[in-house]
Ligand binder design. Structure first.
Ligand SMILES: [Zn+2]
Length: 79
C-alpha cells in the first residue's frame, strides 16, 4: 500500500495549495501570486501581451488593405 500513501503524505505535508503562475512556487490557495515581485511580473507580462495584440490587429488591417489594393489596382494595370 506504499504507492497510494505517498500522495497522502504529500497532501498532509503541504495541505491545500496552489502554485504561483509566474515562478511555480507552492503557496496558499487564497493568494494569486506568491510575492509582490511575481505580481509585478504578471502585470508586465499582461501589458506586453496587450501591446502584441494591438500590433497583430494593426498588421491584420494593413494586410487586408494591401489585399484590397492588389485586387482593385492590379486588374486596372493589367487592362
Ligand atoms: Zn511566484
Amino acid at each position: 500500500m506504499s504507492q497510494s500513501s505517498w500522495k497522502d503524505q504529500i497532501k498532509k505535508k503541504w495541505g491545500p495549495h496552489s502554485h504561483c503562475p509566474i515562478c511555480g512556487k507552492a503557496m496558499s490557495t487564497d493568494k494569486k501570486f506568491c510575492s509582490q515581485n511575481c505580481r509585478d511580473n504578471m502585470v508586465e507580462r499582461e501589458r506586453k501581451q496587450k501591446k502584441k495584440g494591438r500590433f497583430q490587429c494593426v498588421f491584420l488591417i494593413v494586410m487586408m488593405v494591401a489585399m484590397m489594393l492588389f485586387m482593385f489596382i492590379l486588374p486596372l494595370i493589367g487592362s
